[in-house]
Design a protein around this ligand. Structure first.
Ligand SMILES: Nc1ncnc2c1ncn2[C@@H]1O[C@H](COP(=O)(O)OP(=O)(O)O)[C@@H](O)[C@H]1O
Ligand SMILES: [Mg+2]
Length: 297
């Protein structure tokens, strides 16, 4: 499904949550929407879903307006950042969504099972009483099970463990090949596997729009660790480590966070300056892409 935003503005009082966003996603385009907290990612996704009033125009497959949106709804799925507080039981929810979507409940139940949620064991529980991880698994299953042509995923795996996240990425690729995807996530594993374009927001405006590969490489931070022998007796080593901002950790290891450029520069320098005192080097990528205004975590 094609998604077009033409100068979309959303104000909350004086604050412009979206300050004039233009975006044109051809059918089958997969983007990650990133940016610091409060930059407008959720507002943009909710506007595309028709959940917030706004100025400007949003067209889906070339059509704007409520009637068009209603007609296209069966082909659209949404995993919200904050799970709705639904009192319905899990069983009722699965049956209702399957009914409305014209699916066999199996289509949903199987996706949930692949994520590690057995619907049968929680079918009589109220959705709102589930744990955060269970809610997220069910919302993903309800969305992916419908095999939509447009899917909007707003930080869909924030409450999932590493295994469920990996299964989610696999399932998404398997079930939604060809779909238009808008994914709000800074997770490297998801960006690398699921999208080919990164759109960055800041203060409600698009500040970057480009290929995912280059962006991910440029904004991946790593932890750079050096095992250095006998620093106390080695002035050159001690001075270099201090100047470069390394902090002593345990057992002779020194550590600091680095971006891509620093990573490429520091290794040869460490070898030259530290020489034989350099006993070991470890570089670990952090699992999130960092963006301006955000601290690596
Ligand atoms: N319902 C609302 N009422 C008032 N302000 C809101 C509302 N929703 C979002 N905002 C504000 O709009 C800005 C963008 O929020 P949001 O779209 O949630 O950002 P993000 O998802 O990037 O963290 C923030 O400053 C936020 O406080
Ligand atoms: Mg958000």
């Amino acid at each position: 499904m094609r998604v077009e935003l033409h100068h979309v503005v959303k104000r909350y009082g004086k604050l412009a949550a979206l300050a004039g966003v233009d975006l044109d996603l051809a059918s089958g385009t997969r983007i990650a929407l990133i940016g610091p907290n409060g930059s407008g990612k959720t507002t943009l996704t909710r506007a595309v879903m028709g959940l917030v009033e706004h100025d400007g125009e949003i067209r889906l497959d070339g059509r704007a307006g409520a009637a068009a949106r209603a007609a296209l709804a069966p082909r659209i799925a949404y995993v919200p950042q904050i799970a709705p507080q639904m009192a319905a039981t899990v069983g009722d929810l699965v049956r209702t969504v399957a009914g409305v979507r014209g699916l066999a409940p199996r289509a949903i139940v199987d996706v949930a099972a692949a994520l590690g949620l057995e619907v049968a064991t929680v079918k009589d529980r109220a959705f709102r009483g589930l744990s955060g991880g269970m809610k997220q698994k069910l919302l993903i299953a309800l969305a992916l099970g419908a095999r939509p042509d447009l899917i909007i995923l707003d930080e869909p795996t924030a409450s999932l463990d590493a295994e469920a996240r990996a299964r989610f990425v696999e399932l998404e690729r398997e079930l939604l090949a060809g779909a238009t995807v808008i994914l709000c996530s800074h997770r490297l594993d998801e960006l690398r596997a699921m999208v080919h374009r990164v759109v960055a927001l800041a203060d409600g405006k698009i500040v970057h729009d480009g290929a995912a590969d280059a962006y991910v490489t440029g904004h991946t931070h790593s932890i750079f660790e050096l095992l250095v022998g006998d620093v106390a007796a080695n002035d050159a080593a001690a001075t270099w480590l201090a100047t470069e901002g390394f902090a002593r950790t345990a057992g002779g290891w020194w550590s600091r966070a680095v971006d891509h450029d620093a990573k490429m520069r520091l290794l040869p320098e460490a070898m030259t300056v530290l020489g034989p005192a350099l006993r070991d080097v470890v570089v670990r990528d952090l699992d999130r892409v960092t963006v301006a205004g955000e601290v690596a975590s």
